[in-house]
Design a protein around this ligand. Structure first.
Ligand code: HEM
Length: 612
């Protein structure tokens, strides 16, 4: 980024300085009428005439802003081209902008990215604050991201994560290195597709396009920052945006057409997210906001990008951090072994019990926030904060990357990866505690955080529980490249390749279905073992006719029966033999399959389900 900015700076500064200084003079004269020049802006570095401070930002702008904020303080003013920009870099300052004055900073700047890639700001992420934004946010929160909907998609997550475990098991068997990041991306893509479209769709490979769109949306685009240069598209970003948008559009048009056709065919059936939005197009109950196809496309794009490109980064940072800290890796895996056991995979019901894993996730998001500068906010009106004047339409960048490293909030070892800092400390990750706001806070905070967190927890827990991870070619964890790549989200610059080895106990051979003979008289038939089969950690004994008492507590049951005169003579003797036989079998099965934790006895005739 440095080189082209310097060239542009040189060319443009010499060519247009004269025009600009006269423009600026005129502007400052007119600004004297409002209080812009009479009040104190927050401190910040001096900028160049046209580019402002843009030339100070390189490939990792959050880090450059971090360095500047060390000098100019937690509320810093810079100019990005012509755009006054406030950089917020401490928990207290973040609280002022995202809580105390939340409403005044709840808008988003108008960007070429949202014009070209979000159907002229018809999505949610880059939409200005107002009625339309409120309606779309309500739609997402009520139709896709409610607790009940997230619960409904649980089987999809379970299936997809188990699918990737199978692929990794095969790689483990062959001692083959796999690209962990790609695996995680694929799982997330499948989960997201199935949630939004109701099925997977291999016709379009969305991932590279989402990556490209994130890069374009996160770029400091000269066309946005120096509007009179916009027509020249100096960085070639608009050209790329149009290409990306064309590809997205082709895909979405097809998907929507198919849904319209299917909806006619299958009236009354369960609807996916697109069906719900299509039905909104026809409703007139939403008087203020009308939804057309472009609105639907823009909203779907936001959801796809937000769901696919966020959680993956948390997992991709957590694993290398744990590889670099083997003792922490062992603690996570010990916890998993204790809570889940070594004979089965992780279920979502285990997640709340995985305290250390959750501390690892918090620590990962502290040091490697998915959105290092959140998404850009914009002030709706002039605001005074801490005695500083923040003009209307200022861009506000909250540097969460810096806040996560603030020694006042995190002590001197803030740069260390140390999940133990969360031990017995109640630091909330959902936007209440401003030293840790990876999802933002206030009106524009992430509406998908509950879903995002479940997905991160499940994938990470499963990968660490089912596998040990080793770096290929004798590489040491200290050699792991932890360089960052900045886009709208912060990813690792290089892929993570590892060799997995399977940790769980090998599954026992399947139990055959066995039948007892049916020719032993009435009692033998009644207590007959019809089938034995195994499910996850459970041995199911299926009897025909016999009650649970008859089988497991056979002696007592028989005595009772004898007292009641029901069993007599030879039949009684036979019955005792059958019960003994069943008990021996049970003990044998238990010894053979020591990982069985439950025995379920099912009486097929009475349809009773009894559990010991
Ligand atoms: C670990 C996963 C995730 C992280 C770390 C994350 C983080 C964020 C952040 C930092 C913001 C910007 C907040 C601000 O500007 O103040 C945001 C906004 C947003 N996120 Fe997420 N997100 C995650 C997952 C998701 C998921 C799964 C979805 C939806 C399916 C989603 C949908 C959105 C949307 C629509 C916005 C824009 C909200 C608005 O402007 O009103 N996110 N997210």
């Amino acid at each position: 980024m440095d080189s082209w900015i310097n060239i542009i700076a040189l060319l443009i500064t010499t060519a247009i300085t004269a025009i600009l200084s006269s423009l600026l003079k005129n502007k400052s004269k007119s600004n004297n009428n409002n209080c812009y020049n009479r009040v104190v802006l927050p401190p910040g570095p001096k900028g160049l005439p046209i580019l402002g401070n843009l030339h100070m930002l390189g490939d990792l702008p959050h880090q450059d802003l971090h360095k500047l904020s060390q000098k100019y303080g937690p509320i810093m003013h810079i100019r990005l081209g012509q755009v006054p920009t406030i950089v917020v870099s401490s928990p207290d300052a973040a609280e002022l902008f995202l809580k105390t004055h939340d409403l005044k900073f709840a808008s988003r700047p108008s960007l070429q990215a949202s014009k070209y890639m979000s159907y002229k700001r018809k999505g949610l992420v880059f939409t200005e604050y107002g009625t339309y934004w409120r309606e779309v946010r309500k739609l997402l929160s009520l139709e896709l991201l409610t607790g009940a909907k997230i619960e409904m998609f649980k089987p999809i997550r379970r299936e997809e994560v188990r699918g990737v475990v199978e692929v990794l098991k095969a790689a483990a068997g062959a001692r083959k290195a796999v690209c962990v990041s790609e695996m995680v991306e694929k799982v997330l893509e499948n989960i997201t597709y199935r949630m939004v479209f109701g099925c997977k769709d291999d016709r379009f490979d969305f991932r590279p396009i989402v990556g490209e769109s994130m890069e374009l949306a996160g770029a400091f685009n000269i066309g946005d920052l120096v509007p009179f240069l916009a027509p020249f598209d100096i960085q070639g970003l608009v050209r790329r945006m149009k290409k990306v948008s064309k590809k997205f559009d082709e895909f979405l048009v097809k998907i929507i057409e198919e849904h319209v056709k299917d909806a006619k065919k299958q009236e009354g059936q369960a609807r996916d997210f697109i069906d719900v939005m299509l039905s909104l197009m026809e409703e007139d109950s939403m008087k203020e906001v009308k939804f057309g196809k472009d609105n639907i496309k823009a909203i779907i794009l936001d959801v796809l990008a937000a769901a696919m490109d966020t959680s993956v980064n948390v997992v991709n940072w957590a694993i290398p951090e744990l590889l670099r800290h083997p003792k922490l890796m062992k603690r996570v895996q010990d916890e998993l072994r204790e809570v889940v056991g070594i004979d089965r995979m992780v279920e979502e019901s285990d997640l709340p019990k995985l305290n250390y894993l959750n501390m690892v996730i918090k620590e990962t998001m502290r040091l490697h926030p998915v959105g290092p500068l959140l998404l850009p906010h914009e002030s709706i009106e002039d605001v005074k904060i801490n005695g500083y004047f923040i003009p209307k339409k200022s861009r506000v960048l909250v540097n969460v990357w810096t806040i996560g490293r603030d020694p006042n909030a995190w002590s001197e070892d803030a740069e260390e990866f140390n999940p133990d800092r969360f031990m017995d400390v109640d630091i909330d990750i959902h936007g209440r505690d401003f030293q840790l706001i990876p999802f933002g806070s206030g009106r524009r905070k992430c509406p998908g955080m509950q879903l995002g967190l479940v997905v991160v927890q499940l994938i990470l827990a499963q990968l660490l529980h089912c596998f040990n991870w080793e770096l290929p070619n004798g590489m040491s964890p200290c050699d792991l490249d932890m360089k960052e790549k900045f886009a709208l989200t912060l990813s690792r610059a290089s892929h993570l390749n590892c060799i997995p080895s399977y940790r769980l106990s090998p599954p026992p051979p399947p139990l055959p279905t066995r039948r007892t003979s049916r020719d032993g008289g009435v009692d033998k038939r009644r207590a007959g073992l019809a089938a034995v089969f195994r499910t996850d950690g459970e041995l199911v004994l299926q009897y025909k006719g016999a009650s649970f008492d008859d089988v497991v507590d056979g002696d007592e049951a028989l005595k009772r029966r004898r007292r009641s005169g029901w069993c007599r003579g030879g039949a009684w003797m036979q019955r005792e033999a059958v019960v003994r036989d069943i008990r021996e079998r049970l003990i044998r099965e238990m010894n053979e399959y020591s990982n069985i934790r439950n025995i379920r006895v099912r009486n097929v005739e009475c349809r009773e389900h009894l559990r010991t």
